[in-house]
Design a binder for this molecule. Sequence first.
Ligand code: ASP
Length: 325
Amino acid sequence: MKSIWRYGAGIVLLASATLASADFPDKPVTLVVPFAAGGPSDKIARDLAEALRKPLGQTVIVDNAAGAGGTIGSAKVARATPDGYTLLVHHIGMATAPALYRKLPYKVPDDFEMLGLINEAPSVVIGKPSLEATSFADLRKWIAANGGKVNLAHAGLGSASHLCGLMFQSALKTSMTPVPYKGTAPAMTDLIGGQVDLMCEQATNAVPQIEGKKVKVYGITSLKRLPLPSLKDTPTLAESGLKDFDVQVWHGLYAPKGTPPAVLEKLNAALRTTLKDPELIKREEALGLTVVNDDRLAAAGHRKFVEAEKVRWSKVIKEAGEYAD
Ligand code: ASP
């Protein structure tokens, strides 16, 4: 009797989950951004939220859960009800946090469903407006002369700017003084104000500041120059002598583990539609971002990619000896 009852209850649960999936989404969907408002992750999530409205037929809200290099917001989504209404927009930090944080409150990729890659974003090395260096060669000399006194801002341990900064110091064989913030937005305010010297920052937020001459730019972190009017004459770091220097940030969309497959399918289809949206593509390209359309948009391909990035970055992080509790 007991087992029949259990069997019956199981069918009822399954049937209600199927019904819920069929109606999905019947209320607003939340995109959790694990960094402060006004930074690149926030910008990408807000543009995506806008573009997702149409294919999902629902309002899409952005929730900034900033701090600890993106791990607070990621943990929030890992623990959320897996019903498709709470999603995470995260970047390369998804793959680097396991090596950086000794006590990470979630597992990567096991605690998440991979919805797909959103874009790739190069970074740029930028400096406070009062820096005298006018070229990368000048900057290099200045860093060599001032070493540990140079303040290098970043958006928190495990943020893209932190990782890029680690690679930059290791390529220059020098150590600077790291200055962590809760996101790019507050770090950028201090860079513009001259409270910090340098930052290795995603083009997303740096381009408007470079165009407005609020910061100085010294190099592109990926292997190709950027075709933007304000950056076409800026060499890559590799061209400037930092051999093979290549830091490319990427962003993806994730759901908590256990989200029903039918819901994941709807979300993935909506993501694919937005990534063909000419308006979104135009906005991203204006900031130097590339909307990618390859097998990293499928769950298996994206998982493989995150796992490969985890391996790649854990070596860099171990070499740099950077850890957090
Ligand atoms: N994504 C961070 C932000 O939006 C910046 C970073 O990772 O460097 O603030």
